[in-house]
Design a protein around this ligand. Structure first.
Ligand code: URA
Length: 280
């Protein structure tokens, strides 16, 4: 079907809008022809039809599991605590997360749980996987992960030897948008269960999302960074948690690397000494 200039411009504007909203993944195998839908508009379905599709669902595509009905997402927050609490090993935790029907699971490629040495005593917690992490199923493997590796190496910390990395969200949010409060509420019980299982002596909260989700403080990361807080880990007790800047922020604001370096030295000092006094 030939499109005139105005129709082409309208379609491009619609596409730009989708990109601005973060729609950077194709969810269907076959592209939809929106121009035909416009040429022969369908009658608006009654509200009841929208809520409960009359048509049988198509068979699941082999590449991606079929999306669960919208109603299946609603109890996610309620089930999260229960599922997380029942996980008595890292493998069980991974299975519990994989079993959680959550909208992010539908747009992400891989579950991203953790990388590094679980019993190293040091856990670093980021925000959520980005595109590289989503592809590889491992946290911090993209450009900000490489910066993080270099920063940690400067104080003798390496994920393959003496650190363990994870995120608040195990699924990539579409377009790398910031996690919503609702998403943080659903996944925080899993993070706490994760911490109960690996029993760290020190925790590092990378960026505002991790600090907000786990410290339950309203201040931004620039206020919280640079000091030790206390994080109550169920079954383990209070664990010193250092809030610092996220490496992705440092890539955008290189001048802030000076603050990050101050924080890294605090971490090194704590690793070399008995655990510091927690500050509330
Ligand atoms: N940013 C994060 O917070 N986590 C990752 O795993 C990658 C980038």
């Amino acid at each position: 079907m030939e499109l005139d200039e105005a129709e082409t411009a309208a379609l491009l504007a619609a596409l730009e809008l989708q990109i601005a909203w973060g729609a950077d993944e194709a969810l269907e195998e076959v592209p939809q022809d929106r121009t035909r839908a416009r040429a022969a508009p369908m009658a608006a379905p009654a509200v009841a039809e929208v809520a409960r599709p009359a048509m049988p669902s198509p068979p699941p595509s082999p590449a991606r599991p079929a999306a669960p009905p919208a109603a299946a997402f609603a109890p996610a927050a309620l089930r999260a605590g229960e599922l997380a609490a029942g996980a008595d090993s890292l493998e069980a935790l991974r299975e519990a997360l994989a079993a959680l029907n959550h909208p992010l699971r539908e747009t992400a490629g891989n579950l991203v749980l953790a990388d590094g040495v679980p019993d190293s005593g040091l856990v670093l917690i980021g925000e959520a996987p980005g595109a590289d992490e989503d592809r590889q199923g491992k946290p911090f493997v993209g450009v900000s992960g490489r910066l993080l590796d270099r920063m940690l190496a400067s104080i003798g910390v390496e994920r393959a030897r003496n650190a363990y990395l994870t995120n608040i969200l195990p699924w990539r949010p579409p377009g790398n948008r910031t996690p919503t409060d609702a998403e943080m509420t659903v996944f925080t019980p899993f993070v706490l269960r994760h911490l109960s299982l690996v029993r760290p002596r020190h925790i590092v909260l990378l960026g505002g999302t991790a600090a907000k989700a786990l410290l339950r403080r309203n201040e931004g990361i620039t206020r919280l960074r640079g000091r030790w807080h206390s994080l109550d880990v169920p079954g383990l007790g209070p664990v010193p948690a250092l809030a610092t800047l996220h490496p992705a922020y440092l890539l955008r604001q290189p001048a802030a690397k000076r603050d990050a370096w101050t924080d890294l030295r605090l971490l090194r000092r704590a690793l070399d000494a008995p655990p510091p006094e927690a500050v509330h």
